[in-house]
Design a protein around this ligand. Structure first.
Ligand code: CP
Ligand code: NVA
Length: 313
């Protein structure tokens, strides 16, 4: 029993370590059952509305397939195709959708949009990426780390790149489970100070360290996981040229990966820009687990959906 039924999932700040481990255990169970062809109709008759204000391959497909495999249904709603795109307030949209569906997943720009939907929705709202957080990705990432390393607590994760959504969700989740985390970002692209502070506070009981630095090479030293993401996120396309210059020296290449633990894994949420934040050699190399991460989106999110939308635990 995870105690998550009926709650929203906007970021990891409201979660306990116990809830995280419960969802990851359920994800693993669902993955095993799927491999054996065992049906898992825990969301029979239930529908998830999926509001997309940004592009997506993994998030859309994994949530849609996940709902289908749980015996439920998913609705893909792109903003331009709904009245949201014509200015209908999110507060109204949330109340209307709540009368039809049992869950709402949303991918949008401002995190405040997701908070607004959650405030007015009477069914669970799931954050499928905002400018500030990408928690469903990190759920799959931690499942992947657990599979490759056998534990989370006490490991060291080094994130190299923009201190935005991925960095924030990794910070929150690492602090929750007692994983050491080092964020290496160029000056001006550091993670938000309040999120770093919150992670430091939450990391205290497990004595795990939260480090923010401008030196990717120092951050990578001895790490168990090297993680990166694009220099230019969705919605920042007009800054792409400037970012390419500002992020010089923050590429994950064989030299940087070589500073990590010899059994370190390389992670990326995808899509990747080969030759920018990561070299082809590292992305396609033996230490890369990027497609395991992508696969685990399906299993981890199925577990999340079951935890939030059903009595099954
Ligand atoms: N990693 C991720 O969220 O991928 P999509 O943008 O394809 O959904
Ligand atoms: N930081 C990236 C992640 C994409 C999955 C973005 O927001 O575009």
């Amino acid at each position: 029993e995870s105690g998550l039924k009926g709650t929203h999932f906007l970021d990891f700040s409201g979660w306990t370590a116990h809830e995280m481990h419960a969802v990851l255990a359920l994800a693993n169970e669902l993955k095993q059952k799927r491999a054996k062809g065992e049906p898992t109709p825990y969301l029979q008759g239930k529908t998830l509305a999926m509001l997309f204000d940004k592009a997506s391959t993994r998030t859309r497909v994994s949530f849609e397939v996940g709902m289908y495999e749980l015996g439920g249904h998913a609705l893909f709603l792109s903003n331009q195709m709904t009245q949201v795109g014509r200015g209908e307030p999110l507060a109204d949209t949330a109340r209307v959708l709540s009368r039809y569906v049992q869950g709402i997943m949303v991918r949008t720009h401002a995190h405040a949009n997701v908070e607004e939907l959650a405030r007015y929705s009477t069914v669970p709202v799931i954050n499928g990426l905002t400018d500030d957080h990408h928690p469903v990705q990190v759920l799959a990432d931690f499942m992947t780390i657990l599979e490759h390393k056998g534990r989370l607590r006490g490991l060291t994760l080094c994130y190299v790149g923009d201190g935005n959504n991925m960095a924030h969700s990794l910070l929150q989740a690492a602090a929750l489970v007692g994983m050491h985390i080092r964020i290496a970002s160029p000056h001006g692209y550091e993670p938000r100070a309040d999120i770093v502070q919150q992670a430091r506070r939450r990391a205290m009981p497990a004595h795990s360290e939260v480090t923010v630095t401008e030196d990717p090479y120092a951050a990578a030293k001895g790490a168990d996981v090297i993680y990166t993401d694009v220099f230019t996120s969705m919605g920042q396309e007009q800054e792409a040229e400037k970012r390419l210059l500002d992020f010089a020296g923050f590429q994950v290449n064989q030299e940087l990966l070589g500073l990590a633990d010899q059994d370190a894994i390389f992670m990326h949420c995808l899509p990747a820009h080969r030759g920018e934040e990561v070299t082809e050699e590292v992305l396609e190399g033996a230490q890369s687990v990027v497609f395991d991460q992508a696969e685990n989106r399906l299993h981890a999110q199925k577990a999340l959906l079951v935890a939030l939308m059903s009595d099954h635990s």
